[in-house]
Design a protein around this ligand. Structure first.
Ligand code: HEM
Length: 409
């Protein structure tokens, strides 16, 4: 990784997926924060795409996140590459909208995620985790994503949305494929895979929506179908992609944090021991996993006017990328930022850096992660890694492909 130490940063292209082969390129981010905290990448590997500005310090990420008037989520897409998902689809989800429409639709979704509603699910989530781990306990070895994380997070978000359990795997695969741009296994046909996924999501959601129109229930899908924003019902594409946003955010995020966190513990047995010996440390450890391994490596904004940021002139229309793995390891904020310290209990930007788009699912994600780590470590305190996994090769999804383990020492 020569660029980390010597080469000119002018030729650095953070859009090159090769740099992301082993996960976020932390040595490069370390250098960018020091030398060029707002840096231009030409996006040479995807010549049909415009280049982008990278924002890498915690302070600047915070500044951009707070200023939606200058750094819009609606003027362009929300990802570094436009071709990943058609921009119209991104703008049909409230994550790809600006106020006032964003705030109105988010308020609607928030009704399904109130602290009371989340707390009501604690028993159900623990039951789901226990059931999944009981099944796994019969095996000598397991793959923690496929066998543990996926079935748990898939059923939890499925129970919020009101989809049947037999569809959980299909939804999880759609989410993973839909978000996995740049990765040949997740999107073997590149854009074409993403477009197929979108068409399938639309068709499936419209079927469920039609059922809820006929027979209202108390799940989130029913809420979306029957609620009104400014006196009008949501349109079909807003329902479909609002639902799709929850499936994607609900599946890939928590799963990624759990699998990265377990991997880090398996590689640092003395840190794992601290949690096994004293499970009351788990909520703090979850914050450290979120800090070190933010599930989504970036979100994007688009400049609505010429503006100076970190000494660079950003032009109206330019893409501005917030790199959370970098802000979360900013030495201006954290001591020994690359070191796992399960007792650090840090603040971080894994859920975004404040502002309008702050993650809707934080309470749910924290609860799911706490339960998943508690139940896994209580049952399998001597778990060991059987081989070193590969990472998904992506500028967006920050997760291992597999976490293969032997369950007992
Ligand atoms: C470890 C778990 C999670 C992480 C790391 C995470 C991370 C994020 C991030 C970085 C954003 C964008 C922030 C921004 O652009 O400023 C976001 C937004 C969002 N997340 Fe999460 N998320 C997680 C779990 C969840 C869950 C479980 C759900 C839902 C069930 C969810 C639903 C959403 C939604 C709907 C948005 C869009 C909010 C908006 O635009 O106002 N997330 N999340």
């Amino acid at each position: 990784m020569g660029i980390a130490t010597q080469e000119s940063l002018d030729t650095l292209d953070l859009g090159d997926v090769e740099l992301w082969r082993d996960g976020p390129p932390h040595e490069i981010f370390d250098r960018l924060r020091r030398e060029a905290p707002v840096h231009w990448s030409p996006m040479a590997t995807w010549p049909e795409e415009a280049g982008f500005w990278s924002v890498t310090t915690a302070e600047l990420i915070h500044e951009v996140s707070r200023d939606w008037q200058t750094f819009s989520s609606e003027k362009g897409g929300i990802l570094a590459v436009d071709h990943a998902t058609p921009v119209e689809v991104q703008n049909a989800m409230f994550i790809g909208m600006d106020p006032p429409r964003h705030d109105r639709i988010k308020a609607l979704f928030q009704r399904g995620f109130t602290p009371k509603r989340i707390a009501e699910h604690e028993r159900d989530i623990r039951e789901i985790a226990t059931r999944v781990l009981d099944r796994v306990a019969a095996q000598g070895e397991a793959e923690l994503i496929k066998d543990v994380a996926q079935p748990v997070v898939g059923r939890v978000i499925g129970s919020f949305l009101g989809t049947p359990e037999e569809d959980d795997v299909a939804w999880a695969e759609l989410a993973n494929q839909g978000l996995g741009f740049g990765d040949d296994e997740l999107q073997p046909e590149g854009n074409a895979t993403a477009h197929k996924v979108i068409a399938e999501v639309f068709e499936r959601v419209m079927k469920i929506a039609a059922e809820r129109r006929e027979h209202p229930t108390d799940d989130l899908t029913s809420l979306l179908v029957h609620s009104e924003v400014d006196g009008e019902k949501l349109e079909d594409h807003e329902i479909a992609f609002g639902f799709g946003l929850l499936v994607a955010a609900g599946n890939d995020s928590t799963k990624a944090t759990y699998s990265n966190g377990m991997l880090a513990l398996l590689r640092n047995p003395e840190e794992m021991r601290k949690l096994v010996d004293d499970p009351s440390k788990i909520p703090a450890a979850v914050e450290e996993f979120l800090r070190m391994f933010p599930a989504f490596a970036h979100f994007r904004r688009t400049a609505t006017r010429d503006v100076e940021l970190g000494g660079q002139l950003i032009r109206e229309g330019d893409k501005v990328i917030l790199w959370y793995p970098s802000g979360n390891r900013d030495e201006a904020v954290y001591q020994c930022p690359h070191q796992l310290d399960v007792e650090r209990n840090p603040e971080h930007q894994a859920f975004g850096a404040g502002g309008r788009h702050f993650c809707l699912g934080t309470a749910l994600a924290r609860l799911e992660l706490k339960i998943l780590f508690e139940e896994t470590l209580a049952r399998f305190p001597d778990m060991t890694l059987t081989s070193q996994p590969e990472m998904v090769r992506s500028l967006f999804l920050n997760q291992p492909r597999t976490v293969p383990v032997r369950l007992r020492g």
